[in-house]
Ligand binder design. Sequence first.
Ligand SMILES: [Mg+2]
Length: 127
Amino acid sequence: MAKILVVDDEAQIRGLLVKMLSVEQHEVIEAENGTQGGEKYRAHRPDLLITDLVMPEKNGIDMILELKKEFPSIRIVAISGGGGITGSFDYLPIAKLVGALHILQKPFSLQELKSAVAEALGTPGAR
Ligand SMILES: [Mg+2]
């Protein structure tokens, strides 16, 4: 069991992630944008951060850059819709460049999420 922070501006996606992760007995904390995500990461120091990339207020890439600087060993799984309603630009490769251990394209299956989470949690903190 791990403590996992889920950051996504869509309540529906957060709900889905909470459901999926709770089945795996994880403790889940939620935030709805990068600003809130950063605050909650600092307050709760979760074992893993699962974050969307396109969000109002502060996007996922900016939040990752900030947290990575403060917590170099942070474990991150990035999720994004890529070229969906948010536009054709794909942010996932950038998330990988700035420190995400795994990237998941929405929509993803429970199995894909489970293995990304397991691998990220199994990765030694310091990279
Ligand atoms: Mg979003």
